[in-house]
Write a protein that binds this ligand. Sequence first.
Ligand code: CA
Length: 229
Amino acid sequence: MEPRRTILVIEDEPHIVLGLRDALEFEGFRVTSAGTGREGLVAARQEKPSAVLLDLMLPDINGYQVCEELRRIDPLLPIIVLTARSQEADKIRGLDAGADDYVTKPFSVGELVARIRALFRRANRPNEITSFRVGAVTVNVAAQTLTHGSGPPEALSFYEVELVRLLWERQGQAVSREEILNKIWGLEASTTTRTIDNFIVKLRKKIEKRADAPEHILTVYGFGYKLVP
Ligand code: CA
């Protein structure tokens, strides 16, 4: 069995820390927390966490500075920024400061856990592709967008990106609904294979010429899905 991964939560709001601790421990992670930026940096050095969840609005140091300092401590440490701010400028600034991903409060804990798992999957594959083509469409993984030819980028949700990426990585092979659930949604109880079917419908509308006659995201009856690029 692999050792439990430690997640460091740097957040000054106790009820958010409590909610994250419950959800992350349920998923099998060890959780350590710090209520200020300074304590967070000390904990990052001492505990050597596998990932950090960082609130941007901390009582002492500005979260962007904490993020830059975390990057200096460990250039490869996965960092997800949590913030009440939703403006695009804040998001870009957070990513510029070295964050790997970003969630806006109030966030779904289930989606946050899925994002953490996605970061761990990517950390295991450092030379991973950043964009790929499906038919006439280009999917940009980091930007979470999709473009048709030279058209403007269209936003994709986190789960849409993860789902099409998983199918693309296994192109030409049937991937079962159970495997998709395990890899992307994990133990999140509220998710069923029906959820996957709903996301497939959304992806087909965005990617296929005709969503009712798909050429790229194919159904494998009674099993799952297969992507033909
Ligand atoms: Ca705060």
